[in-house]
Design a protein around this ligand. Structure first.
Ligand code: NAP
Length: 306
């Protein structure tokens, strides 16, 4: 993150949680923002944002927070973004750029775009960066370093505005790519939403085990299971909203996954060692491709959603 001339006199961040506070810190370091203000529904988070010196001003009134802002960042949970956009729409400065960071794109665009006035620019974004923590204390300036940020602009988006948004993410350390919203939702259903669904389910299955066995599971949990518990520690509201709002893509990937899981089950039932070996060899080869940078386009995604 390097220092530069402010690109925006005033930046407003609505929702000063993990992503909002990380952006506040990264923007401050980058020198892209003259001043930063935040709006958040939680009085406690507003107080914390000032105590932690994340922003110059903080308030619970979102409409007040966006006044005179040249860049408005919406970083509240996916299910709240439409309501937030509706409440700030009439108060946006002419020519201001609005971005959201929601983990789902098609549903968020449908909810937000109608509330952004024609004299402002709306550019949906998704930084693929996060931790299982939430709230303003969880943020850190390096969160976006070397991580992807996917932009899913609407047709006819102003090139100059798009370019400014690219600069914001690059200055925060991210690698930027433009993508169709539908493609984004299918890719994320596979690489993020499915793994989270599996982790939440696996933890639930372990918890449902009876008495002694459960204690032994907790005691002897190896690194694979610990990875599940880390992923399953993610924010429940965020994940509720992601599954509700990326319904089609997630259901499609879940169906494919269940088919494959049933095939694995049958191979075990049949005692089909050759099939199991082929399956695991394939998995290992894919992984080696990933680490060697060759797992660019997972085959499972090529016809996803058909
Ligand atoms: P978070 O830490 O829970 O922060 C969200 C903040 O927004 C909280 O302070 C919350 O207050 C506040 N808020 C909720 N409703 C609001 C409203 N109507 N008006 C103003 N403030 C409101 O969540 P996060 O992890 O930063 O996620 C924020 C967004 O980034 C989500 O859309 C998520 O999908 C996306 N995202 C998250 C990750 C990740 O890994 N965490 C990664 C990429 C993108 P309360 O806590 O009091 O509700």
């Amino acid at each position: 993150v390097s220092s530069t001339q402010p690109l925006f006199d005033r930046v407003a961040i609505i929702g000063i949680g993990l992503i909002g506070s990380s952006l506040a810190l990264a923007l401050r370091q980058s020198g892209l923002a003259g001043s930063i203000v935040c709006g958040d529904a939680s009085e406690q988070h507003v107080k914390m944002a000032m105590e932690l010196e994340l922003v110059d001003e903080a308030m619970t009134d979102n409409a007040q927070a966006v006044r005179d802002a040249d860049l408005v960042i919406l970083s509240t949970p996916v299910g709240t973004l439409g309501g937030v956009a509706e409440s700030i729409g009439p108060h946006l400065k002419k020519g201001c750029i609005v971005i959201d960071v929601g983990s789902v794109k098609q549903a968020v665009i449908s909810a937000v775009a109608p509330h952004i006035p024609a004299n402002a620019f709306y550019i949906p974004c998704h930084p693929i960066a996060g931790t299982e923590e939430s709230g303003p204390e969880a943020g850190f300036a390096e969160l976006f370093q070397e991580r992807w940020c996917l932009l899913t602009p609407l047709p006819g988006t102003d090139e100059a505005a798009l370019d400014k948004v690219r600069q914001v993410w690059r200055k925060c350390g991210a690698k930027v790519e433009v993508m169709e919203p539908a493609t984004h939702d299918r890719v994320l259903a596979m690489v993020s939403h499915l793994p989270h669904g599996v982790a939440f389910t696996a933890i639930g299955a372990a918890d449902a085990l009876a008495g002694d066995l459960k204690q032994e599971v907790i005691r002897y949990a190896g690194s694979s299971f610990r990875d599940f518990t880390r992923v399953a520690a993610s924010d429940p509201i965020m994940w509720r909203d992601i599954f509700l709002n990326n319904r089609e893509a997630v259901l499609d990937i879940l169906r494919r996954f269940k088919t494959d899981l049933a095939a694995l089950e049958q191979e075990i039932v049949r005692g089909d060692g050759a099939a199991l070996e082929r399956r695991f060899e394939h998995g290992r080869a894919l992984r080696r491709g990933v680490t060697g940078g060759r797992f660019v386009e997972p085959p499972v995604l090529k016809d996803a959603g058909k």
